[in-house]
Design a protein around this ligand. Structure first.
Ligand code: CP
Ligand code: NVA
Length: 301
């Protein structure tokens, strides 16, 4: 059987994306323990709150044992090669999950691994976050098809995975990003081909947010970009999600953010701490998303 990996949302078919959403509850109710007796190595080259905690708990809930390891300890490509690390870990574990700077690292792991590799965030994508985001929106809206999502800010790892997940779920997405930080025309075309949802890129947050059902954003300065903080805060200043911007969205629009958030920058405190915000539920949904993803990779159908 071919080993399945989760490096990007598009590693799943449309039907599988929906199945992963259903599995998180089903495995709890049916007491499925696909990881019983097995380990999952969780390697972090960057800090984490939600991803580490939710993945460790999901592994435990599925009967497995998580082994958290800091990137410095493993020393991917410094202490030893990525290939040597993976060939050893696959002898101990049922799966390996990694949060890495370069997406190429998880691709190299997947290229030779006989056990599933899970991307816990790279510079390219954050599929576990998008799975949680879908769950939060499904809870809010019921059916996702035909819903309109706005992304305001940087076209980054979180935005790319959200875009893939939205279009594959029949939602439309409008990205509002400053020049130089937007999805390319080819990238928008790639996303649009994934499903029935429409994909639009604009530099105008109001155009993106108008009549949106959900307004999403993320930090302007991702991990690894700390040297660019001043320049990015200047460029992204017009892309803050404020009460004025939320006012052009649908009257019952929700606000979403993967966290950590920087109040007064990408989002006003009154929005993220206000009645439209779903960020706490979204954070809690990371556990359900992790459980669904790991159950799927563990062979539950
Ligand atoms: N949203 C998210 O991935 O959070 P952490 O960086 O805390 O894991
Ligand atoms: N875009 C952010 C997401 C953090 C969860 C980053 O990569 O740092």
């Amino acid at each position: 059987m071919t080993t399945r990996h989760l490096l990007n949302i598009i590693d799943l078919s449309i039907d599988e994306l929906s199945l992963v959403g259903d599995l998180s509850d089903r495995v709890l109710n049916d007491l499925h323990r696909p990881l019983a007796g097995g380990g999952v190595a969780l390697i972090f080259e960057k800090p984490s709150n939600r991803t580490r905690q939710s993945m460790e708990m999901a592994v435990v809930q599925l009967g497995g044992h998580p082994v958290y390891t800091r990137g410095e300890e493993v020393g991917l490509d410094t202490r030893e090669s990525v290939e040597d690390v993976i060939q050893i870990l696959e002898g101990y574990h049922s799966m390996v999950a990694a949060r890495v700077f370069s997406h190429g690292v998880v691709e190299r792991m997947a290229a030779l691994s006989s056990i599933p590799i899970v991307n816990m965030l790279s510079d390219w994508s954050h599929p576990l976050q998008a799975l949680a985001d879908l769950r939060t929106m499904r809870h809010e809206f019921g059916s996702l098809s035909g819903r309109q999502v706005a992304w305001v800010g940087d076209y980054n790892n979180v935005a790319r995975s959200l875009g893939e997940a939205c279009v594959m779920s029949g939602m439309s997405i409008r990205f509002a990003c400053p020049g130089g930080f937007e999805p390319s025309v080819a990238e928008c075309e790639r996303l649009a081909k994934l499903g029935s949802g429409e994909v639009i890129s604009t530099d105008d947050p109001v155009e993106a947010a108008t009549h949106a059902d959900a307004v999403h954003t993320d930090t302007w300065v991702s991990m690894g970009q700390e040297d660019e903080v001043e320049e990015r805060r200047r460029i992204f200043a017009p892309y803050s999600v404020t009460d004025e911007l939320m006012a052009v969205a649908s009257s019952d629009a929700i606000f979403m953010h993967c966290l950590p958030a920087y109040r007064g920058y990408e989002v006003a405190a009154s929005v993220i701490d206000g009645p439209a915000s779903r960020v706490v539920r979204q954070g809690h949904d990371r556990l359900h998303a992790a459980r669904g993803a790991l159950a799927f990779l563990g062979g539950v159908r």
